[in-house]
Design a protein around this ligand. Structure first.
Ligand SMILES: CC(C)(COP(=O)(O)OP(=O)(O)OC[C@H]1O[C@@H](n2cnc3c(N)ncnc32)[C@H](O)[C@@H]1OP(=O)(O)O)[C@@H](O)C(=O)NCCC(=O)NCCS
Length: 269
C-alpha cells in the first residue's frame, strides 16, 4: 500500500464515502479544492480509486504540521491506511524541519483517539465549539490590544493557542504582533480583569467568522461576544464559530454548544 498525492479528479470518488461520516455530515466536499491547491493532500488507492485521504498543513514558520481530514472508506478500515497517511504527513513535516504535529479529535470519537494514541499523540488541551449568529446590536466597549500594554504582556506570559481556519497555532510573539497590527485581538477590561478574544475569518468556509475566546470573566465574555455579533453583522458574515477552552459561557442565551475536541500533539523527531 502506498500513500500518494491526491489528484484533482479524486474528488468525485472521495465525496462518495465522505457524506455521512459524522452525525452532522461531513465537510470534505466543501474543502477539497482548497486543500488540493494548498498541496500535501494525500490518498491511498485500491483498484485505482481513492479509499482514504488526509491533508497536512505544514507551517514552516511555526515548525508544525496540522493533520486534518483523515477519512477511510468504511469498507477499507483497520488495514492501517489512516496510520500510513498520518505517518506520511509526519515524514513530510520532518523534511520541512517541523518539530510538532497536531490534530483535532472530537472527544467522543474513540476510534480516532485510539488511533492517535497508538501513533504517539497525547491530549494537549480540550476545546469547545459554540455557535452564534451575527446580530444587529449596539457595539460594546471593547478595545483593541496594543503592544507594550498590560494585556499584551499577560498574553505573552501564557502559553496560548489561537484558531485560524480550524487550525490551532501558538500565539508566539511574532503572531501576537501581527494580530495586534491587524486589530484582530479584542479585549475588555473589568477592573483589571481582562477578557480576550482573537477574531479571524475562515479561509475555507464562506462568510464564517471564527472567534478564539482565550480567557475572561462573565461580563468581559459577554462584551466580547456582543462585539463579535455586531462586527459579524456589519461585515456580512453568516455565522460565528466560537472556539474556547472555557467549558461554559454564561450570560448569553443565543450561544449554542456544539462539540468538544481534544487538541492532540506529538513531538516530531
Ligand atoms: C478513525 C479512522 C480514520 C481509522 O482509520 P483506519 O484506517 O481504520 O485506522 P488504522 O487501520 O490505521 O488503525 C490504527 C489503529 O487505530 C485504532 N483504531 C482504528 N479504528 C478503530 C476502531 N474502530 N476501534 C478501535 N480502535 C480503532 C486501533 O488501535 C488500530 O490499530 P489495530 O487495527 O492494530 O488495532 C476511520 O475509522 C475513519 O475514517 N473514521 C471516520 C472519520 C474520522 O473519525 N476521522 C478522524 C477525524 S479526527
Amino acid at each position: 500500500m502506498q500513500v500518494l498525492n491526491a489528484l484533482k479528479s479524486d474528488k468525485k470518488d472521495v465525496i462518495k464515502f465522505c457524506k455521512n461520516t459524522f452525525s452532522w455530515g461531513d465537510y470534505i466536499s466543501e474543502i477539497w479544492d482548497y486543500w488540493y491547491l494548498e498541496g500535501n493532500l494525500f490518498v491511498v488507492r485500491e483498484n485505482n480509486s481513492p479509499v482514504a485521504l488526509s491533508h497536512a498543513s505544514i507551517s514552516k514558520k511555526d515548525q508544525q504540521v496540522w493533520i486534518e481530514g483523515i477519512r477511510v472508506n468504511p469498507n477499507f478500515r483497520r488495514k492501517g491506511y489512516a496510520s500510513s497517511l498520518i505517518q506520511h504527513s509526519e515524514n513530510q513535516a520532518i523534511k520541512n524541519d517541523c518539530l510538532s504535529s497536531f490534530m483535532l479529535i472530537e472527544t467522543n470519537n474513540k476510534n480516532s483517539l485510539e488511533l492517535s494514541k497508538k501513533l504517539g499523540y497525547v491530549i494537549k488541551e480540550t476545546w469547545n465549539f459554540f455557535s452564534l449568529l451575527p446580530e444587529k446590536s449596539i457595539a460594546s466597549q471593547i478595545e483593541f490590544t496594543k503592544t507594550n500594554t498590560k494585556v499584551f504582556d499577560l498574553m505573552r506570559s501564557l502559553e496560548l493557542f489561537y484558531v485560524d481556519s480550524w487550525r490551532w497555532y501558538p500565539l508566539n510573539d511574532q503572531q501576537l504582533s501581527l494580530l495586534v497590527e491587524n486589530q484582530q485581538i479584542i479585549y475588555y477590561n473589568d477592573n483589571d480583569e481582562y477578557s480576550v478574544a482573537v477574531i479571524t475569518s475562515s479561509k475555507h468556509f464562506a462568510k464564517t467568522m471564527i472567534v478564539t475566546l482565550l480567557f475572561g470573566n462573565d461580563l468581559g465574555i459577554k462584551k466580547l461576544l456582543d462585539y463579535s455579533k455586531h462586527l459579524a453583522n456589519l461585515q456580512n458574515f453568516k455565522r460565528i464559530q466560537v472556539l474556547t477552552k472555557l467549558n461554559k459561557i454564561n450570560d448569553s442565551q443565543d450561544i449554542i454548544k456544539k462539540l468538544s475536541f481534544y487538541l492532540m500533539w506529538k513531538k516530531l523527531e
